[in-house]
Design a binder for this molecule. Structure first.
Ligand SMILES: Cc1ncc(COP(=O)(O)O)c(C=O)c1O
Length: 392
């Protein structure tokens, strides 16, 4: 059988491989603690589930949804954006529900990129920006993110011919995997750069609602000029513990939203309407669950930071997002450190190299693990010492 070249270019999706290892270990009787994937362990709030139960009885919801979603859903998204960020959106032109942000991020590449085109892609980063670019036949120009810059791209380091040729730039704050945050001034610099070079800006704000000690992330759409050049991807996955229901949204520039709609209309049939009703309930209902989640993650954050520091690893306390991004001893690769933790402690972490070359030297620990597992994992870390790396 002859498969496509692009399939050959795909590395295994990091979490597919990690799930396989966990299953294997558990089958062998190991008590595995996983700080791997960012998938909330806390159930979806009951009011949202109740809405699904009602919506599932409604026969029109058993049929194909429209690609652009229910008008009430688009309105609920626009109202949420206005309430949360003070950003006004036209629900009919500037809002598009997605089957999870991942789906929209992957499909967005087809709206902007042809073979040979250039996309500006951060590294380390959520892998889908680069994969979507590759699927479209385009090239990723990597924007390395360094700790010394607060994990923001060095715009001055992008060669001017690359900047002029680039068609899109990907950004993501609060960031996965580094947990870094961006200010409105940071967004303004990027918007100016994209304007100057006629680059479409694609911002992924999947973690905007997980902020600690009162930190509230900005939407890049709060910044002047943003809507002229960009769209923002959002997700209900992390905010409302809804990863399993697959719902998110893209909002912003009307032409870009229309382009994404056109691609999606040809490839998928939109979000199941009963799931859209769940999302409406989430966005318009009481928001206590969001603060309750953050309280839980904050407690876990502090516990994990303490345990990781006891190993002598350097780690910043994140202001937002679900991840602890820890610097490992230089003599180890991140894959080797992840393997060591799995073999010695039955602990799963994600190697920084899964997020690109510039993620090397770090491991990521997700806080979406039940409290007693977090405690068990932390105790194992605290009763261990990193052995000296073997040479050769
Ligand atoms: C940065 C980032 N964007 C998007 C997603 C996917 O979100 P969704 O579940 O809405 O597809 C994730 C999932 O982990 C993520 O880390």
């Amino acid at each position: 059988m002859k498969f496509s070249d692009r399939l050959g270019k795909l590395a295994p999706y990091p979490f597919v491989e990690i799930s396989r290892i966990i299953a294997e270990k558990r089958a062998a009787g190991a008590d595995v603690v996983t700080f791997g994937i960012g998938d909330p362990d806390i159930p979806t709030p009951q009011s949202i589930i109740d809405r699904l139960l009602t919506a599932s009885q409604h026969a029109p919801n058993h049929r194909y949804p429209e690609t652009d979603g229910l008008p009430e859903m688009r309105r609920a998204i626009a109202e949420w954006y206005e309430k949360r960020f003070g950003v006004k959106l036209d629900p009919d032109k500037e809002v598009l529900p997605l089957i999870g942000a991942k789906e929209g991020i992957g499909h967005a590449a087809f709206c902007f990129l042809d073979p040979g085109d250039i996309a500006l892609v951060p590294d380390p980063a959520y892998p889908v920006y680069g994969v979507g670019t590759m699927f479209a036949g385009a090239e990723s120009h990597i924007m390395p993110l360094y700790e010394r810059n607060g994990w923001l791209p060095e715009l001055d380091a992008i060669p001017s011919d690359v900047a002029r040729a680039a068609k899109v730039m990907w950004l993501n704050y609060p960031n996965n995997p580094t947990s870094a945050v961006a200010t409105q001034e940071d967004f303004a610099s990027v918007i100016a750069f994209c304007n100057e070079n006629d680059i479409a800006l694609l911002h992924d704000a999947a973690y905007s609602e997980v902020g600690y000690e009162g930190y509230q992330a900005s939407s890049f759409l709060q910044v002047d000029g943003s809507k002229a050049i960009g769209i923002e991807f959002h997700s209900l996955s992390k905010t409302y513990n809804m990863t399993g229901w697959r719902i998110g949204m893209a909002v912003g520039n009307a032409d870009m939203i229309r382009a994404l709609f056109q691609v999606k209309a040809n490839l998928d049939s939109g979000v199941p309407q009963a799931v859209q009703e769940m999302a409406m309930e989430a966005l318009t209902g009481p928001q206590d669950c969001v603060a309750d989640n953050v309280k839980i993650y904050q407690r876990r954050r502090d516990r994990v930071v303490k345990a990781v520091r006891s190993l002598g690893m350097d780690v910043a306390v994140p202001q937002a997002s679900l991840y602890i991004w820890a610097k490992i001893p230089e003599e180890y690769t991140s894959a080797k450190m992840a393997q060591l933790l799995l073999e010695n402690l039955d602990i799963v972490v994600t190697p920084g190299s899964s997020y690109g070359k510039y993620g090397e030297g770090y491991i990521r620990l997700s806080l979406t693990t039940p409290d007693e597992q977090v405690e068990k994992g932390c105790q194992r870390l605290e009763s261990w010492h990193i052995p000296p790396a073997k040479r050769g």
